[in-house]
Design a protein around this ligand. Structure first.
Ligand code: UDP
Length: 331
């Protein structure tokens, strides 16, 4: 297949590109390199089936051309990370809503199949047991950036669903729950690369709030495997799927685990949300996915648990640090 990945130089997109290439597909990545990075895909440069187009998802003419040439489109280009969304809400909303609108319109124009990546942020403050795809969304004020982000992704989902219902465009929606692994950066707030980086440098690990809030972390290679299986399955069309891992951990316990695994002398410090993000910031206390739908349709099962993922992230960041550190010259 000829595959277009929007946002393919990002953390998840680059792993997806790798998987698709290994399956013999032709991959074109469209990325404006705002949060995507060349080093994520540098190792793919010599692959004959790989092409990078540096450009913006809001450039309709460009997206038109690229979608026309593709069979499948994985739409990942979006503003990522709570930190970025809080700092630049306008750009985040534009990229998410307008970008998806453009992609869906082009996919409709050329009768292509598209997978739209959504997020567990959709469920908002719903902290009940494992969240099923049709569970309620519980949100705060739309004037708070976190909830407006959640709403922007919900608009993407609605658009994708309506294009399917009304125009028979084959769309699939995937909600990713805290995807982690090598190449993820802590620059946009993501907790695991941030805390591992702090531990390796001997800095205090910054836990926000009480640290009793919990998350479930999905290994990125499991996430992209699930996405490709859903794209390949004819019955996934017109539906939404959670992709996540069900192993739950509090952020406090996560920080302690990272200290133990790295053998770091660092300590944990607690930072109020108002200081970490913005005044009135609200967090989710708990977010556990129900993954039975994707498991039943395509046999989705995470292969790596949190300890396994942390080992990989620690090794990756250690390598990265070693490659930039130069020995001091002693005279
Ligand atoms: N978090 C933290 N310290 C950090 C970054 C994040 O304690 O340096 C917390 C954050 O407040 C949240 C959890 O870790 O409760 C997961 O944050 P992340 O941004 O990775 O994902 P999300 O909030 O989208 O689940």
């Amino acid at each position: 297949m000829k595959v277009l990945i929007t946002g393919g130089a990002g953390f998840i997109g680059s792993h997806l590109a790798e998987l698709l290439l290994s399956k013999g597909h032709q991959v074109t990545v469209l990325d404006n390199l705002s949060t995507g990075r060349l080093e994520n895909i540098a190792h793919l440069e010599t692959e004959p089936n790989f092409q990078l187009v540096v450009g913006d998802i809001l450039n309709e003419t460009l997206v038109d051309k690229l979608v026309e040439r593709a069979d499948w489109v994985f739409h990942l280009a979006a503003a990522v990370g709570v930190d970025l969304i809080v700092k630049d809400p306008l750009r985040s909303l534009m990229t998410n809503i307008k970008g998806s609108e453009i992609v869906l319109e082009m996919v409709y124009r050329y009768h292509r199949k598209v997978l739209i990546t959504s997020t567990s942020e959709i469920y908002g403050k719903n902290a009940s047991g494992p969240l099923k795809e049709n569970d309620d969304r519980i949100l705060g004020s739309p004037l708070k950036s976190r909830w407006s982000y959640s709403t922007s992704k919900a608009v993407d989902e609605i658009l994708a669903y309506v294009y399917w219902k009304q125009k028979s465009v084959p769309t699939i929606i995937v909600r990713l729950f805290n995807t982690v692994g090598p190449r993820q950066t802590g620059h946009y707030g993501m907790v695991i690369p941030r805390l591992v980086d702090q531990a390796l440098k001997g800095f205090d690990l910054t836990v926000y709030g009480t640290g009793l809030q919990s998350r479930c972390f999905l290994y990125v290679k499991d996430a992209v495997e699930g996405m490709v299986r859903l794209m390949e399955h004819p019955n996934a069309v017109g539906q939404v799927f959670n992709l996540g891992n069900q192993g739950e951990i509090s952020i406090k316990a996560l920080a302690e685990k990272i200290i133990a695994l790295t053998g770091s002398p660092s300590k944990v410090v607690y930072i109020p949300y108002d200081e970490a993000y913005e005044e009135g910031f609200e967090d989710m206390q708990r977010r556990v996915p129900d993954i039975s739908k994707a498991a039943a349709l395509v046999g989705f099962t995470p292969t790596l648990d949190l300890d396994g993922v942390l080992q990989l992230v620690i090794a990756h960041l250690r390598d990265q640090m070693a490659s930039v550190l130069r020995p001091a010259v002693v005279l």
